[in-house]
Design a protein around this ligand. Sequence first.
Ligand SMILES: [Zn+2]
Length: 577
Amino acid sequence: MAEKALAQGTEELPPPVSTAPKAKRKLWFNVLVTLVAAGYLASLASSHLARVGSAVAPAALQQAPWAQSTPADVQCPAQPKALHPPKKVEWTDELRSSSIKLFQEAVQIPTESFDDNGEPDEDPRWKPFFHFQKWLGSAFPTAWKAAKIEFINTLGILATFEGSDPSLKPLLLMSHYDVTPAPPNTFDRWTHPPFSGHNDGEFIWGRGAGDDKTLLVAQWEAITYLLESGFKPRRTVILSHGFDEEEVFARRGQGRIAPYLEERYGKDGLLLVIDEGGGTSDDFFGTPFALPATGEKGYLDIVIEVGTDGGHSSVPPRHTGIGIMSQIVNTIEDHPFQPKLTKKSPILTSLFCASEHSAKFPKKWTKLLAKGQKGWDKVADEFAETTLGRAQIGTTIAVDVINGGVKVNALPELVTAQVNFRIDFDESIASTQEHVARLVKRIAKKHDLKFEAWSDNNSTIGSHYVKLKTLGIPLEPAPRTPQSGGVWELFAGTVKASLHAADGSELVVSPFASTGNTDCKMYYNLTKNVYRFVGLSAGSSFGAHTVNERSSVKGHFAIVDWVHAIIQNTDAYDGPQ
Ligand SMILES: [Zn+2]
């Protein structure tokens, strides 16, 4: 309701939305929990895009030509037949041990990236990254020699396996080799030390095990096994590894590699890009699913500034700057964006898929889904009853930083707050800014303060004001990956052939979405076929960005199988590019 009234330009503020928790719906709460385990939402903590001095958005962050296209069909896409590749990985005990060893070694190199890292050649904290590069070459000599290896901006790793047919657009597989720091003051909370790569028989333990080294190592293993069995690519295969994905803004790793590749292959020059992201769940409303992210929410950070007169606190006004800021924060939190399921949301499509294929999908929701937008709104309201569900649908608001006042006997002259928004698929940076400005303007007016929003110039507007400013580089919601056509069939068919539920049954492949952002945001100019998908099953990976990170050995083998299959099938693909 809040959103609708505001969009119509009503001056009166709508009544605050109740924040009282309703009864939890256990079923989809469990669904969401499995998704978290599968890697979704893990990036919530990581993807701070902003706070970078440079205000120039890299080319790839500007809107790609297909960004605004609404998918004609929100229904569950047709499930293609499993597409079996010519070769399978022949797992022997020996191969399994060597695969585990490679995975452990990768985790043992402490490639921690920090938000304040200096240049690659200057800051000694980058040293382990050079070790990692060296290790990679010696761990995978066959592939390393077969590829053209380029180091972009010193630490970005680009490995190109040239295909014999240059008319075929390349396949690009992404992963990052930096990890979030493991602070020494948390070491005692780790069951096994963060860079031990300890193997307990089920999991490899260590920072970066799940995010994202299991994927990177699996990619190199898969291409190695293929080359060793005589595979000669027809279509170029590219492995691309950033080194600052976990930093505030991926501007030096994939931020440099993507434009470099755009120069080499041109706009829309790649067939398919696959990055980290979703996985599989054996229990998506009771049925096994693969949930590749075919969309990503947008991102916006803002600063709110309240300027008021200082002075002696023995003669205070009725509201100090801090009091006014409190009202602003209160108003923003009380008028959240509506939870939304619209044609633009891949989550809606995943619900259509569950309705069609899942054993335990609520019948009530199936009926509501058939009713169009009105029914979808009702499902959205129920879906959003948990915090996790809420984060999936609709723009979220998080007031994360507040500052103001210097002394208890002096009135505050400047109060600032920083707010983070994850923008819904059906919203935009502009609509988010508009929503906030309308709310804040009202409070400014009430206190007779000048109001300025999103102005570029650093103008002074006196000492009585409320200002809204954008922080860093905002990001529009990602263009949605097509869910029909040749490349979809190639992708989904390969998932069905190479990954299975624990009981061996075939997976339903459904579009899904992540709330965070990955490095693939740099690639929207290069293809519309972007999938965020690791292929790990729920329960395979724990502790991303926190203590006791670990990722399963079985899951690792599964990723190798999946990458091994997608490289072959993409090589054989003759459909539309
Ligand atoms: Zn990651």
